[in-house]
Design a protein around this ligand. Structure first.
Ligand code: NAD
Length: 290
């Protein structure tokens, strides 16, 4: 008896390498895709011929993402769905609307998170561990972890019913290493007055790595693959001192461009990674190796 007869492969039969990366006709729900990286994830899905569902809590961000994508991809099908992913009824309704509108669901990208810019948006004193407000801790965990849990539950249930799918949890280098808080010290600033990356961010991003491990084993028998994508050090016009501080800690010597995660995402979503589950694909320029 051949290995194929003993353990039949449940995915599409391999024809050639290019086709194994193709997402034609497949539907992927991307949470928080009105944000900086989420729109790139949607572009990646479209570039691989798939159909993205743009979710965000902010309607205006969905609208601007849709017009940006339509400008580039014309009349290709794209669905926009406003929902707060911390609300179970809203998440369940979003998944139902996706299937009603597009007839299927092939994947979920748990991308939404509270990710404050480290300059301007925050009160430095409140970012210190001793002072972090309970409300912020609860809100950060609600979006980053409870939201990912609710979306995985609703999408996974649908994909298990359909015979399979993929989940990608978007973590961060700060999900696998502690933040080096010295990078946030500005020239001339007294240590202690600087901003600190909040502990809630590390806990959320680390938690997603374990959500991946749990679900990868739990849903393997239902042909749902679950992996983590770990982007890091993404350039977004940060203060030059911060850019230099981070770049010094990256073996490749620079921050990343927001388009540099597209290839890895399509790999994880497609049949090209059909034997990969429970993995954390780290794109950090080597930062966590040092
Ligand atoms: N940008 C980076 O430097 C970087 C680096 C590593 C990892 N990441 C991760 O990548 C992901 C995207 O980061 P980003 O920089 O694009 O963040 P972003 O803040 O630009 O986008 C996040 C989006 O999530 C949305 N959102 C927040 N709460 C929501 C809710 N309750 N329901 C639905 N949507 C909600 C926001 O409106 C926003 O549009 C995050 O998980 C982040 O942790 C980012």
């Amino acid at each position: 008896m051949s290995i194929q007869e003993l353990h039949p492969f449940k995915g599409r039969k391999y024809t050639n390498l290019k086709d194994s990366f193709d997402l034609s006709g497949r539907v992927y729900l991307i949470t928080g895709s009105g944000g900086y990286l989420g729109v790139r994830h949607a572009e990646a899905v479209l570039e691989a011929n798939g159909i993205p569902v743009i979710n965000d809590i902010h309607e205006d961000r969905i609208e601007s993402t849709l017009s940006q994508l339509k400008g580039r991809f014309g009349d290709r099908p794209i669905l926009g769905l406003q929902a707060d992913i911390t609300s179970k009824p809203q998440v369940d309704a979003m998944v139902q609307k996706t299937v009603a509108a597009l007839g299927r669901l092939d994947g979920l990208i748990n991308n939404a998170a509270k990710n404050p810019k480290m300059i301007g948006e925050i009160d430095n004193e409140l970012t210190r561990f001793e002072n972090l407000p309970l409300e912020q801790w609860l809100e950060d965990l609600a979006v980053g972890l409870t939201g990912a849990f609710l979306c995985a539950q609703a999408c996974g249930r649908e994909m298990a019913r359909r015979g399979g799918g993929v989940i990608v949890n978007v973590s961060s280098d700060l999900g696998i290493i502690a933040p080096d808080q010295r990078v946030y010290l500005k020239p001339g600033q007294n240590p202690g007055e600087q901003a600190y990356k909040p502990v809630s961010y590390s806990v959320v991003k680390g938690g997603l790595v374990m959500l991946t491990a749990y679900l990868a084993t739990y849903w393997a028998e239902r042909n749902i693959r679950v992996n983590t994508l770990t982007p890091a050090s993404v350039y977004n016009g940060q203060d030059w001192a911060l850019v230099q501080n981070i770049s010094e800690r990256v073996p490749l010597g620079r921050m990343s461009h927001p388009d540099e995660f597209k290839g890895a995402l399509v790999f994880l979503l497609s049949d090209a990674s059909s034997y990969m589950t429970g993995h954390n694909l780290i794109l950090d320029g080597g930062r966590s190796v040092w």
